[in-house]
Design a binder for this molecule. Sequence first.
Ligand code: HAM
Length: 458
Amino acid sequence: MPTKKKEKKEEQKEKVVAKKPAEKKVVGEVPKKKINPISLPRGMRDILPEDQLVWDRVRSACKTLSDAYGFRRIDTPIVEDTNLFVRGVGKHTDIVEKEMYSLETEGGEKLTLRPEGTASVMRAYISNGMFNQPQPAKLWYMGPMFRHERPQSGRYRQFQTFGCEVIGEKDPVLDAQIILLSWLILKELGIKGIVRINSIGTPESRSAYKQVLVQYFRSHRSKLSDNDKRRLLRNPLRILDSKDEGAIELKVDAPQIVDWLDDTSKAHFMRVLEYLDEVGVPYQLDPYLVRGLDYYSDTVYELFDEEEADERSQSALGGGGRYDGLSELLGGREETGAVGFGLGMDRIVSRLKSMAGDEPVKEEEAPVFIAQLGEAGRKRSLAVFEELRLAGIRASEAFGKESIKAQMEVANRRGAKWAVIIGQKEVLDGTAILRDMDSGSQEIIDATKIVRELEKKL
Ligand code: HAM
């Protein structure tokens, strides 16, 4: 015995010695130096598996309601010709002036990651000749938008929008239906939405209004921030949206656009409000709501959560309006009536999460766990997993683990009710062990009857 022990020790020594040269630097080996992890670009984020259930709820409410209202899905590319947004969204908007992710290809193409969806949908409507189909075209889309904004709570540089557009008709009933649909989506998700609404009239009435607005702000120029002074020249309506003190103070006595609306715009707006009253959508008139995209005409609105107390810090969950001039701006037919909305899905998801106390929503656990032992058991288990899936029985596994103990720990952690255990012996005998995870009792069953036995028990 002592000699055997000695031999074993020698053997171990040898192993240690034999390992040593391997620890020396080997050609091609990655040097063990600290590598800094690559971080996400600012304003971007991951949406992790534990949040996907809430996201699915939002996606599903958007899709189900829009389908019910006769909208059909459209997917447009994430990258478009930069000019689409310069012309469509407007040269002097914040989006085009400072927020676009633009690039130039080697071939000299100027492209931009879409900052919003409406211009793309109108481009698709025109380029696919949808005006030749029965009108209006009712389209919905969902996907990422990109804006290089200053990141802050509820504002990301890549965010998800769900949008609906009705293109090809001008009746105010469509404005109301669009507003109703966006409000209903929030309602379906348990959020009490409130609409803030305004009419910004036609480009003609707007330009007359702009003049008096510029006059008004000019006479109080010293109170405006540098940013708002710049807006005075380029986009005076945006001063009404400014977050700067001076502009907020001046806004109270500023002229209101309703006084410059022509009769057609006034009548259109009144009818939109009447329809909203009819269907019980709560709204507040907001004479200074102008929105940050230039394509709007007549109705503009934003959707907020009624429950959120501090109105100033609130960010809109969605917004939209009418954009009858966009088709022509993009080279399509003149006077193509169009109205739509976009919902900020990231903001809706974070609202739902905070309503649920920020607890992660738990996915429903699979009731069955498949455990395996040895190579033959593992092979058979792969096939059994597929049998269960085809029979509609949800199962989980830990095929990468070898010991039964470790696998049972996983099964317990996942809250499995039943474990199917298959080892070498069971494969040879054509059986499987069925274990009740609560009581620990086990029975041996015929391998061909696993599905049937589980169906009886579940
Ligand atoms: P928007 O108001 O610019 O409108 O965006 C729609 C919604 O997207 C906003 O109400 C907000 O909830 C969300 N959102 C905007 N920017 C961000 C951001 N940086 N991070 C997170 N969420 C954001 C449009 O885009 C129009 N295309 C809507 C429309 C459709 N008008 C007519 N048809």
